[in-house]
Ligand binder design. Sequence first.
Ligand code: NI
Length: 177
Amino acid sequence: MPHPIRLYGDPILRGHAREVEHFDEDLRAFAEEMVTSMREGAGIGLAAPQVGRSIRLIVVEADAVGEDEEEPRILVNPEVVALSKERSLFEEGCLSIPGVRAEVERPDAITVRFRTLDGKGAEERADGLYARVLQHEIDHLNGRLFVDHLGLAERNLLQKKLREIRERAADASPASS
Ligand code: NI
């Protein structure tokens, strides 16, 4: 794997990622590596801090975007500009929190504004699984994890698993970049 996935407990996952300013070859290469890491982890989305770089870049697997999609979606500096009032529960997991899954309530549809890899501005409305994954990944850029959305009782049930992952993170984490 080009970049090991940072685990729950690693401080980089709690930081506020910085805006991307340079849309250059380095950014494109890094985005490609993120897609590889996402696929090797069998994830459907990944945020840059999860592979050790605290920048506002996310990737979403094609299958999660829509049935006709063939290429993964890459969004730079994504920003949620509208949310639906309708909300629903859906089970989520995260490559940084292996073995933990829980139902999270989120808006069903969102509008997101972002830049493409070559720096062009874009806006997109998303619903279904795509909207779900976008919200999960954008949360990562703000230091937020899906377990933060759970109620106290439910989080308590996960405490032991989360502690185990945190201990693994402490053993495995390279120096944060
Ligand atoms: Ni995640």
